[in-house]
Design a protein around this ligand. Sequence first.
Ligand SMILES: [Zn+2]
Length: 454
Amino acid sequence: MKKIFIFTVFALSATLAWSQAKYIFLFVGDGMGFGAVTLTEDYLAARSAKATGSGALAFSTFPATGFATTYSASSLVTCSAASGTAFACGSKTRNGRLGMNEDATESFTSIACRLKEKGYKVGISTSVSIDHATPAAFYAHQPSRSMYYEVAQDLAKSGFDFFSGAGFLNPLGKDGKQESVFDLIAQNGYTVVRSLSDCQSSTAPKLLLLQPESKPQNAYPYAIDKASDDYTLTQTTALAIEKLQNGKGFFLMVEGGKIDWASHSNDAGSMVREVMDLSDAVKVALDFYRKYPKQTLIVVTADHETGGLGVGSGEGGSTDTQGLEKQKASEEKLNRLLEKATSYSELKSWLTANMGIAISYDNEMTLRNLFAASAEVLPASDDTPCTLKRTESLTKSIMRMVSAKSGGGYSTFGHTGTMVPVYAIGEGSELFCGKIDNTDIPKKIAKAAKVEWK
Ligand SMILES: [Zn+2]
């Protein structure tokens, strides 16, 4: 009898290690591997004039930490659709699939839908287009992530309460002749707002916050390039909390989508600012957590690593992360310069002014070779403007060289299969400790919320 009593008390205390997580945040740094976090922390330390060391990101000091494997059903190196499906729906799938099984015959149910069924409000927020793979994994079921119109149709039918992102990639379908997704969204009870103040004042029950039509619809500008009227993840996260807060709880996914984009371009200076942008948004959730510590769970992770970033493995083993501070523009701005007729001299002085680098003898040779290989016709002199081809790959090669000078040594322009960090704080956070798989993440969130995963 005594034994049964002791066992019962033990079992009860084990299951009651946390009360129910009622307010759940999942932050996803797209492409944010250990290298991205480490380089950003090193940069923050350098900014505060420490010779070496580690500055703190909002999430890197969370009490529960672990790492997640990210392989997909078809490759050791996942794409954002397969990994999004894994940490939204708890199942592996092939690269490119969204919320569906490998042969696209079965739709999965995401953690967002499961919590919605239990009365939680749901918000999905990103710094790229709202139909992009990571946000879409929570509401869409499509054989291909590039079926943006069909993904948007799924968004309209999702019933979720709040969305924010840049816009839609294909609002009229591939042929431009389909019914507008904005009509479908309105028919399903959503109100679209295109400014932070309109979002703030709206009392509509289902909201979609997008960038103004005058801004690009594929992504927010990089944090490093932002104008004062551009949205930040901090602002949209604060608005999402305001719109979602209710007595039954909420689930909010926030994606920092351009950590991945900067990493694809091997642009370390832009990447660290994107990681900081995500970290600032996590601070908003932390403020909320401090008000409701017994009911809030915050999880921060990544879908995969991008760029194969090694810290200090750049040029000559450089660890001069202070150099990143001198960078004032992103790879997108460099690419815009290269898309128009540019002279070699103009490129060199632009790099000094905007990337803050002194071109060394070795760099000079590399840069000159890259420039010459891209020129439609070899220019007569360094000051002769010339038309360049394959500017995107030229941009990436130049950015790899720039990043290497500040300790950012990239090894690929693609994704890698290395594990990603997982950080958690709040109710149920201990579930995220140790080595896990990305498919465990939604199941652990469900467990923290005391929702059965069937
Ligand atoms: Zn990517």
